[in-house]
Design a protein around this ligand. Structure first.
Ligand code: ADP
Ligand code: MG
Length: 728
């Protein structure tokens, strides 16, 4: 049978089942073999009835001592009987299976396997599966695979289909280099595949799994490395010689830089002074003080006669960056040398901004993706900084690569590694792919290539980032500024509102401000969630008249949004009722309360970003999460938020809750989706695979040696599929 044959070539799989399989991503026989079980069920030998305890799953062997009784209760038909062995007697029930009356007869000897629950009076086995002693004997002691399913597709069908494929397919060729397999003691491929589906022992299962996890990482890392190999080391044509302005700026700051900020600044500076183009990711939790590092780099570029651009994902954030840059630059007398460029500016304002950049009348540009429009031409762009880049979509990045003076170089912008949303290395490759397709990659081959600096709060573990993104430099800020107090959190129900409002009023009376976040803009019949417009209206009735309450949401006109944001920043608005438009980057240190309505509707990453809007100054800050779902009082995500302010911890908990591919939205990107490997729990294998790839590539960088041919082919095949899945 052909590996690439459709699943319909299997016995018992028709068009209908094939459709169901397709829903879980299985089209070919090969897909099916790689459709690894999600879990396993152990079939332990039967135990004496007298020894079982409630809560567990057991098999018991005995005699049916009572004819079957069927009772109707509301919509349920409850089937009951009793089974007895030498040690005791046990009640058994099934729901909505009245036909069992004809199958189960008093006096018959059977094996029942199911979960045992305890009601007020006695223990009871619910919904057990029935076996003849002979049938159970055949599977006793084994582990049976449990697959991810979709409505209509049963575990049994998947199991049997997989079994058929394993029997019928020819032995497959193991593409892992033999030397690698030997060195890392990895199972042979055919053995691994059979064992992962139908393990013969726990030990064998672990052995098989390790092989498959290793191989998955191994091919992925190889693919990434091969893409990177093609990237030449680019010369720094904007060498920095002096940095007096940055020194002055640091000396004039109202605070002292933290040790981490100083270290990262030195890393950036040494990149700017170095021989190669900078390609650096700054990773630091919300509020760790990344912006000032961007400013230092921009000022230094200006001092050396170059231009720089800072891009933000939202207009609100771009404007705010612009304001704070202007303030910092005033002290250096450089505030005339910066322009703002956003979509909501008038055509005339934009033209003026373009002109100033083209004629090098401005050294620094701050803006949204309006900065990457065709019309923008820089005289000497040496540095591109993106803040919280994950908000930029793949498309915008491709655009950036395409419209830049040098497609190849700016594809480096994709090289950040910021993640939520999508990640880097592959985007990098993708971007290059794109330019290749349009023939754009050569167009500006000898134009100057700017430095790339990406700032992100996304906590991808450093080791993982390095493994995945290879040649990207990463600077991490661990320390928070000294003046910070940890944010105090609480998770409360709807009934807490009066108390919360009192508390907010008290904070406002002592000179602070508050955010209240609602998930919806306007009232919707469908969703019973607090909404911005009505809510602020309601609050105006609750709070005393001198407390200024305004609302902010994405559907407002830009200038209206900007005005509100500016007034909030200036302290003229006390309570800002907003959607998540304030989620990323906004910095109003005087705000000390963040209250999130219907917090149960938000993801962990979002909640963490939202909370990051407070605790940015020296005053004690508070975050109130309102859980609007009474039925789920112990919401796990909210518990996690309540427990910790640490983005790293939250990310790892997010991972545990949602599974590896989905950490902080990674699943959307599909990039880090692995069929079996888990980037956290299998971190040791990931590292091992990474080192193995390095070794092989050191010896055969292009993988052209005979012994690596199959490996190369398989890598290309898998990389190609991954790209397809990303549908780019
Ligand atoms: P983020 O890393 O989230 O982008 P920002 O750069 O916006 O954080 O900084 C948050 C706040 O902390 C700003 O008000 C900034 O002025 C302040 N800040 C930055 N560095 C320090 C420091 N070393 N000490 C005290 N405050 C700082
Ligand atoms: Mg920021």
């Amino acid at each position: 049978m052909e590996r690439n044959a459709k699943v319909t070539s299997l016995k018992g799989v028709g068009e209908k089942t094939a459709k169901l399989f397709e829903r879980v991503g299985v089209v070919t026989l090969d897909d099916l073999v790689r459709y690894y079980p999600r879990d396993y069920e152990r079939f332990d030998p039967p135990v004496p009835i007298g020894t079982i305890t409630a809560g567990g799953v057991y098999a018991v062997e005995g005699v049916i001592v009572k004819s079957v009784d069927v009772k109707q209760m509301k919509h349920l038909r409850i089937v009951t009987t009793m089974i007895r062995d030498d040690s005791g007697i046990l009640r058994v029930t099934w729901f909505n299976m009245p036909f069992l009356r004809n199958t189960i007869k008093k006096g018959m000897r059977i094996i029942l396997r199911g979960r045992v629950q305890c009601n007020q009076y006695e223990m009871c086995m619910e919904q057990p599966t029935m076996y003849t002693p002979a049938a159970y004997d055949a599977i006793a002691g084994s582990m049976q695979p449990i697959y991810g399913l979709t409505a209509g597709l049963t575990n049994r069908v998947v199991q049997q289909s997989v079994k058929q494929v394993l029997e019928k397919l020819d032995t497959r060729k193991d593409c892992l280099p033999a030397a690698v397999r030997k060195e890392h003691e990895l199972a042979e491929l055919n053995f691994a595949l059979e064992t992962i589906h139908f393990p013969t022992s726990e030990e064998n299962l672990l052995f098989a799994r390790k092989r498959l996890v290793f191989e998955e990482f191994f091919y992925f890392i190889t693919g990434i490395r091969l893409m990177k190999e093609k990237q030449e080391i680019l010369e720094n044509v904007f060498p920095v010689r002096t940095h007096a302005l940055a020194d002055r700026l640091i000396a004039g700051l109202p605070y002292e830089l933290t040790g981490d900020q100083k270290r990262v600044w030195e890393e950036i500076l040494s990149d700017l002074q170095g021989d190669g183009v900078m390609n650096r990711l700054i990773q630091g939790d919300v509020g760790s003080g990344k912006t000032v590092l961007a400013v230092l780099a921009m000022v230094t570029a200006a001092e050396n006669g170059y231009q720089s651009a800072l891009m933000a994902p939202t207009e609100v954030l771009a404007r705010q960056h612009y304001q704070s840059l202007v303030e910092m630059l005033e002290t250096l007398g450089l505030d005339e040398r910066i322009v703002l460029l956003t979509g909501s500016m008038t055509a005339k304002e934009k033209r003026e901004a373009y002109r100033r950049l083209r004629e090098h009348e401005a050294d620094m540009a701050v803006g949204t993706h309006a900065l990457i429009q065709d019309k923008v031409e820089f005289a000497a762009l040496s540095l591109v900084i993106t803040d919280e880049q994950h908000r930029f979509g793949v498309k915008q990045r491709a655009q950036l690569a395409g419209t830049s003076e040098n497609g190849a170089a700016l594809s480096g912008v994709n090289d950040e590694g910021t993640v939520p949303g999508e990640a880097v290395a592959v985007n990098n490759g993708v971007a290059r792919d794109e330019t290749a397709k349009t023939g754009g990659s050569d167009a500006g081959a000898n134009r100057p290539v700017p430095h790339i600096l990406v700032m992100s709060a996304t906590p991808i573990p450093r080791t993982m980032a390095i493994i995945l993104y290879g040649d990207l430099d990463i600077s991490v800020i661990h320390q928070m500024p000294k003046n910070r107090l940890p944010i105090k959190n609480c998770v409360v129900g709807d009934n807490y509102h009066p108390k919360a409002y009192k508390f907010i009023e008290k904070e406002i009376r002592s000179g602070h401000q508050a955010y209240i976040i609602c998930p919806m803009v306007e009232e919707s019949e469908m969703v019973d969630a607090e909404n911005v417009t009505d809510y602020s209206q309601k609050l105006r009735g609750i709070f005393p008249g001198d407390i200024v309450i305004e609302s902010l949401h994405g559907k407002m006109k830009s200038d209206e949004k900007n005005r509100i944001m500016e007034r909030f920043a200036a302290g003229e608005i006390h309570i800002l009722v907003s959607t998540t438009v304030v989620e990323v980057g906004v910095n109003v240190p005087n705000a000390t309360v963040m209250m999130v309505e219907n917090a149960e509707r938000f993801g962990l990453a979002q909640l963490h970003q939202l909370r990051g809007r407070v605790g940015r100054g020296s005053a004690q800050s508070y975050c109130i999460f309102i859980n609007g779902n009474e039925a789920d009082a112990k919401n796990k995500r909210l518990e996690i938020m309540n427990q910790s302010n640490d983005g790293f911890f939250i990310a790892s908990e997010d991972l545990r809750l949602r599974g590896p591919g989905d950490m902080f939205g990674l699943r959307q990107s599909g990039l880090l989706e692995f069929a079996i490997g888990d980037i956290f729990n299998d971190a040791d294998v990931l590292k091992m695979a990474s080192e193995a790839v390095n070794e092989v590539l050191a010896d055969d960088p292009e993988l052209i040696k005979e012994e690596n041919r199959e490996y190369r082919r398989r890598t290309d095949e898998l990389m190609h599929r991954r790209m397809e899945r990303l549908s780019l």
